[in-house]
Ligand binder design. Structure first.
Ligand code: CTP
Ligand code: CA
Length: 228
């Protein structure tokens, strides 16, 4: 007979991580997307899993491979699908990290067939705002849940990240600056700042995404302990 080996998590904590881009479809063959690879979010999911924490990884379209017995992957395409997948597990999550690069807008409608090129020289596409997943989860957050977001900025970085920390009711924002050498989309290294409410900003050195993920997870676990 068959004997199933089940991996028992070493921690009683559960985590939810969003990662990757979202694709917002215009028609069956076209979409609005972005250059996110999902690497940072996946590295975070792996660091949490390495601590023995069970992770649900809600992943937008990404080419990256993930294979860890404590990581359950939920593949999604659009922001709306990503939100629905998050809402299913959020209540049970002690730690939630929104690392996905969610499209802020989507086409008002998806054409059922491929859109044909018209005779006009211009084409107008009407967009509607997507739900803000991090802000939605922030509004639902309970006392002992830790919610972490990322802020991608190109100017007035700290000010913008601070505003996002407050408006989205997150416990922590990771500031990602595209201006820095070796940081951001597609790179294997990154340089980030960790912002928390009423706490000093922590500046991490330029490191691999795996090393940064480890530092971020250690920081999250320290506030979860202090909160509980
Ligand atoms: N985010 C989200 N859902 C959205 C947009 C953003 O969950 N629809 C999350 C991202 O995963 C990230 C954080 O919010 O953790 C900040 O994303 P960012 O794009 O920097 O902020 P926005 O609020 O979208 O503001 P803007 O793009 O105008 O700077
Ligand atoms: Ca945005």
């Amino acid at each position: 007979f068959e004997k199933k080996t089940k991996v028992h998590p070493a921690s009683s904590l559960k985590a939810l991580v969003t990662a990757g881009p979202t694709y917002e479809l215009l028609d069956p063959v076209r979409f609005i997307g972005n250059f996110s690879t999902g690497k940072m979010g996946i590295a975070l999911a792996e660091s949490l899993a390495e601590k023995g924490i069970e992770v649900t990884l809600v992943l937008g379209p990404s080419k990256e491979k993930v294979n860890h017995p404590l990581i359950k992957i939920v593949n999604v395409v659009s922001a709306e699908e990503m939100l629905q997948a998050c809402l299913k597990v959020y209540n049970a999550a002690d730690i939630t990290i929104c690392a996905a690069a969610v499209a802020d807008y989507r086409p008002v409608e998806k054409a059922p067939e491929k859109i044909k090129k018209g005779s006009e020289d211009s084409f107008h596409l009407e967009l509607v705002k997507n739900p803000d997943i991090l802000a939605t989860l922030g509004r639902m957050k309970r006392e002992n849940q830790v919610l972490v977001g990322f802020a991608l900025e190109t100017n007035n970085e700290l000010e913008h990240a601070q505003k996002k920390l407050e408006s989205k009711k997150a416990n922590m924002m990771i500031l990602n600056s595209l201006r820095k050498e070796g940081a951001g989309f597609g790179h294997d290294t990154n340089q980030v700042e960790i912002l928390q409410k009423n706490k000093e900003i922590i500046s991490l050195p330029l490191q691999s995404k795996a090393e940064i993920a480890k530092s971020i997870v250690d920081c999250i676990l320290s506030i979860h302990k202090n909160d509980a």
